[in-house]
Design a protein around this ligand. Structure first.
Ligand code: ACO
Ligand code: KIV
Length: 557
């Protein structure tokens, strides 16, 4: 029998809650945020942050705009203790920012915690004990009352210590750790016992944090638990209900969002989701989700690259290139139909009240990303993306029929190289395909005269030292040249498409001319570029004809 045996696991028992209201709610304002990067994030690292790294991340968190930051577990190590002291003693905590620290509900640890916080203007003391069935039975070996006693003793000790330091404005937080693995009525009983000690008021609320220490169910079940808890807890108007979700099932953000819809006021998490096992709730993702819905997230994520850089350097963990909102590839389209849609929508975006671009849920510029990276070309790319790159980087506004023609060459190149084709390679290929006269007929001097309303063109062609004179007549220079080339090649040539524009990226006003010819039933494209529009047109025609000659030569070989 395979060891991959699902019958080893039992499904999570959801609470019965047919009267749920949260599915009809919308999040219309940001929750209160608390960063736990320096505590939960730090405790999960292979190598915990150095003092320098903690300090750097602290500065970044302040810059992003967190007003509450859990800075460590000061009773656990001198390292964490000293970091808290450093922040307080060096006056590094801005007026509108409150530090938070975590502690187990144990006397010596609580006392040490208050020592660490001496002199703080304001601080959140976060005390916890695990209440879940599995920990009650197997870790603590206690019954429900035993667990309530730990929590109540912890709450009393926190209150007693706080009373010794009246110069600090204290805020208390309690977590029934492993809330999601705790019978909901028991979680309620423990929390009510704790708040009976602390006696919060609406003016001086306490924080009750309901952690999905381990994510055990679908996020709707968590939302039911939160709504039920908010409906039934005592002193609700004196509590800030806080969420602290982990990402074991990959739904940490979803659970927090549904939890806020279910009535929570506050959310704890980390930048980019670092944290125990699969991580904590990712604040960047949740905040950007709000932002993209037109809700002010109350965090400034405009300099996303700086945030990523800091997180990477401090945690020594990479950020996935497809990380929601922030990854290096999230505003990049390789596939043809996406590129085509993005190009068309971007062209229509100017003057619109709201952002409305297919495949780009937000404007990349909002978080410091440029359009440069939006469209990138590989073998999955189409004509829209290729045209976009040529226009964006080189000023060539190639017409649709030329982009159709050119995309085949790019695709072949990408398939051959089995790699992304960068803008320079695309332009190089474009020049080789349509602008290259080397080894082929080139146009030398020419004269145009008019007699009896008919234009006559006389021109000189040269190829590798060989000169040829050609003559043609027609209505205009272009028609006369096509006529001359028909005589020269002995082939029927029809001008099918013609378009031109001034090259915007050229300092000295060059023109570019795009030509498509039908030569004996097959279509060939060429491009001319010159200060003189006539020269550009004739060069374009000649290059299309040269391509037909190349094809003949290949067929003959
Ligand atoms: C879900 C979370 O993220 S919770 C935060 C987890 N983070 C950390 O633990 C990081 C920092 N912690 C540490 O460094 C250590 O745990 C310390 C220094 C705080 C304490 O270390 P130790 O004293 O060796 O104890 P340890 O943490 O192993 O706990 C063991 C004892 O504390 C009890 N205990 C554990 N958690 C709690 C709690 N929250 N409240 C009360 N008692 C607790 C255990 O039942 C056990 O009791 P026993 O010795 O009678 O069996
Ligand atoms: C201490 C608590 C809030 C915690 O970190 C968790 O439950 O994950």
């Amino acid at each position: 029998m395979s060891s991959f045996d699902h019958s080893k696991y039992k499904p999570f028992q959801a609470i019965a809650k047919p009267d749920r209201r949260w599915p009809d709610q919308r999040i219309e304002a940001a929750p209160l945020w608390c960063s736990v990067d320096l505590r939960d994030g730090n405790q999960a690292l292979i190598e915990p942050m150095t003092a320098r790294q903690k300090s750097r991340l602290w500065d970044q968190l302040v810059k992003v705009g967190f007003k509450e930051i859990e800075v460590g577990f000061p009773s656990a190590s001198s390292h964490d203790f000293n970091f808290v002291r450093e922040l307080i003693e060096n006056d590094r905590i801005p007026e509108d920012v409150t530090i938070q620290v975590l502690v187990q509900a144990r006397q010596e640890l609580i006392e040490k915690t208050f020592e660490a916080l001496k002199g703080a203007r304001r601080a959140v003391v976060h005390v916890y004990n695990s209440t879940s069935t599995v920990q009650r039975e197997q870790v603590f070996g206690l019954d429900r009352q035993g667990i309530i006693d730990i929590a109540v003793n912890g709450a009393e000790l926190v209150q007693a210590c706080a009373d010794k330091y009246p110069e600090t404005e204290w805020v208390f937080e309690y977590s029934p750790e492993s809330f999601t693995g705790t019978e909901i009525d028991f979680a309620l009983e423990v929390v009510n016992a704790v708040t009976a000690v602390w006696q919060p008021t609406p003016e001086k609320p306490v924080i009750i944090n309901l952690p999905a220490t381990v994510e055990m169910s679908t996020p709707n079940v968590y939302a039911d638990q939160i709504e039920w808890f908010c409906d039934n807890v005592a002193r609700r108007d004196s509590l800030l209900i806080s969420l602290h979700t982990h990402n074991d099932r990959g739904c940490g953000v979803a659970a927090a969002e549904l939890g806020v819809m279910a009535g929570a006021d506050r959310v704890e998490g980390t930048l980019m989701g670092n944290g125990e096992r699969t991580g904590n709730m990712d604040v960047v993702t949740m905040a950007m989700n709000l932002y993209s819905q037109g809700v002010d997230p109350k965090l400034n994520l405009a300099n996303m690259d700086e945030i990523i850089q800091t997180v990477k350097e401090c945690t020594q963990l990479p950020v996935h290139p497809r990380h929601p909102w922030a990854g290096e590839l999230v505003f990049t389209a390789f596939s043809g139909s996406h590129q085509d849609a993005i190009k068309k929508c971007l062209a229509q975006q100017e003057g619109r009240d709201h952002w409305d671009v297919a495949y780009l849920p937000i404007d990349p510029a909002d978080i410091g990303r440029s359009y440069q990276e939006v469209i990138r070309i590989n073998s999955q790319s189409g004509k829209g993306g290729i045209a976009y790159v040529l226009q964006r980087d080189y000023g060539y506004e190639i017409p649709r029929w030329l982009s159709v023609d050119f995309s085949g060459s790019v695709q072949a190149h990408a398939e051959e190289s089995e790699a992304e084709v960068g803008p320079e390679a695309i332009f190089d290929l474009f020049q080789k395909t349509y602008l290259n006269g080397e080894g082929r007929w080139q146009l030398g001097n020419y004269t145009v005269s008019r007699e009896d309303h008919v234009d006559k063109l006389q021109a000189e062609l040269s190829r590798e030292g060989v000169q040829q004179q050609i003559t043609g007549t027609g209505n205009g220079v272009v028609a006369s040249f096509v006529n001359a080339m028909e005589a020269f090649t002995g082939k029927q040539i029809v001008l099918v498409e013609y378009s031109e524009h001034a090259l915007s990226q050229s300092a000295d006003a060059e023109a570019v001319c795009y030509i498509q010819l039908n030569i004996e039933g097959d279509r060939y494209c060429g491009v001319g570029r010159s200060h003189d529009i006539v020269q550009a047109s004739l060069d374009g025609i000649l290059r299309a004809i040269n391509k037909s000659a190349d094809r003949d030569a290949e067929a003959a070989a």
